[in-house]
Write a protein that binds this ligand. Structure first.
Ligand code: GDG
Length: 477
């Protein structure tokens, strides 16, 4: 067994919650990138001398990256070589697992050297976690880039309580079986005491696969291992800092900016909005086509309606993402060329990322939020829009293939493969009676405000505290 460190709670994720930046004086520094996960975990991390292990982005070497403290959290950067970024991150994580786990909407590529790199990187993360964790500590491993860490870590440190959470979908048996390394991935995950998913369907997929492929006994959400250990698989639908978003949306600068945005768009009657990482799973192409067809059909007029699409740059080194970017560029150009008028584009398209305040202002400015992924673990954007609509107005058009659709039942739910169905839903949302909008938004707001990301983290850690080895400590809430 490795010698133990001092952290009672260790988070292992591919990325650290900070970015490496070059400061004005030319030296290297850090800028925090506050996502929902950090907001949720920060207080728990502080109360438990938490340590976060992750890659800071870039290809600095280990000697250039010293652990440091940020807001009461201990951050441990792990270096990746250029080859590991290419093979572990862009390759196996984002060109094998990502498409495979999202219903193969793009064709997954299987390369043995990518797998080797994935294993090597997972091992380094596991070894570092083993060094940092105190005797009997809790380690919470995140997401598809780190699926081998639980078993590797357990081998080094059987005293730990290990939880794993998958942020993306977990595919049905029929798709997962394509993976040449399917058994290793399942065994990697089984190193955890608790394996968390966004939806219960994903947890069921996992348990069924373990039964079929690894041959362990299972009963409902439990897997019984030959060594006497039990692994639980369960759903923990992630959420957002709901109150934080609402507060931001209510702030004066955001309100003013929302008015400004509508003015800059020429004060159309209705503003449609899409906000996504530029990713082929998000269904951006189909949604823009549906909107354009409504204009061509004469159902919408560019004088009355505009579609604002923010596509945040993402994974630009991966080929499929470059192809997608070109496809969308061409589509937007064609739609605006064919349908736009002077000062009235049909689509206002931005390939750019913005501060949180600007996102909130966009959510405030939009009448109809359009979220149409072919497959999405949860989709936080849908929840953020709802949190920002404190007036109980605004419409949400939401794909039934987003995890969020299980909670946001009152959205206009659509099948993104069905363009005509999507067109009808966009039109219904556009023409909806204000009382109908209020009724729907009120119900959705109740769900989002009552189930925030802090509640999500608490419920995962509470469950992890109640399963697993009895001699370990529990995390203090
Ligand atoms: C994965 C799963 C699951 C986007 N552009 C900007 C910006 N964003 C923020 C959004 C939102 C987040 O990024 C994106 O989260 P999503 O959930 O929508 O999608 P993924 O990135 O694919 O996330 C997903 C999630 O993990 C959590 O478990 O829900 O299913 O795929 O918060 O607002 N934020 C800022 N500027 C931007 O330009 N500030």
């Amino acid at each position: 067994m490795a010698t133990s460190g001092s952290a009672d709670l260790v988070v292992v994720a591919n990325r650290l919650p900070v970015d490496r930046v070059t400061l004005p004086d030319g030296s290297q520094g850090w800028r925090s990138s506050p996502g929902g996960l950090v907001t949720a975990i920060e207080p728990i991390m502080r109360a438990n001398q938490g340590t976060w292990i992750g890659w800071p982005g870039g290809t600095e070497t280990e000697d250039e990256l010293e652990p440091f403290e940020d807001d009461g959290m201990n951050l441990v950067p792990i270096a990746m070589t250029a080859a590991e970024v290419e093979n572990h991150y862009e390759g196996f994580s984002n060109a094998t697992l990502w498409p495979l786990y999202h219903d193969v909407v793009a064709k997954p590529e299987f390369h043995r050297e990518w797998w080797d790199s994935y294993s090597a990187v997972n091992r380094r993360f596991a070894e570092r976690a083993a060094e940092e964790a105190a005797e009997g500590a809790t380690v919470w491993v995140h997401d598809y880039q780190m699926q081998l860490v639980p078993a590797m870590l357990r081998e080094l440190r059987p005293d730990l309580r290990i939880g794993f959470f998958l942020h993306i979908p977990f595919p049905p048996t029929e798709l997962f079986q394509q993976l040449p390394w399917r058994r290793q991935i399942l065994e990697g995950l089984l190193g955890a005491d608790l394996v968390g998913f966004q939806l219960s369907g994903a947890a069921q997929n996992f348990v069924r696969l373990v039964r079929q492929r690894v041959g362990h006994k299972t009963h409902r959400d439990l897997v019984y291992l030959p060594d006497g250990r039990t692994v639980k698989a369960a759903a923990f639908p992630i959420s957002i800092d709901s109150a934080g978003f609402e507060e931001l949306a209510r702030s004066e600068p955001v309100e003013e900016r929302a008015v400004e945005i509508r003015e800059a768009l020429g004060n159309p009657r209705k503003v449609f909005l899409g906000v996504d990482r530029l990713d082929y799973t998000k269904g951006i192409y189909a949604r823009l086509r549906a909107f354009a067809e409504l204009i061509e059909d004469g159902e919408l007029d560019v004088e009355d309606a505009v579609f604002v699409q923010v596509a945040t740059p993402s994974r630009e080194q991966v080929e499929q993402y470059r192809i997608l970017r070109d496809d969308i560029d061409r589509l937007v150009g064609r739609i605006n060329g064919d349908l736009g008028k002077i000062g009235r584009p049909a689509i206002a398209y931005f390939h750019s990322s913005y501060p949180r305040e600007e996102m909130a202002a966009l959510f405030r400015a939009a009448d109809i939020m359009v979220v149409t992924p072919y497959r999405d673990g949860m989709n936080l954007v849908a929840k953020e829009y709802v949190a920002c609509r404190f007036d109980n107005d605004g419409a949400l058009v939401l794909s039934e293939f987003a995890g969020a659709s299980e909670e946001l039942r009152q959205a206009w739910q659509i099948n993104p493969y069905d363009i005509n169905g999507m067109k009808s839903a966009l039109l219904e949302a556009y023409r909806a009676d204000p009382r109908d909008l209020t009724r729907r938004m009120k119900a959705m707001r109740k769900q989002v405000m009552e189930h925030d990301v802090a509640a999500w983290a608490d419920s995962f850690l509470a469950e992890l505290g109640s399963v697993g080895s009895s001699h370990t400590k529990s995390v203090r809430p």
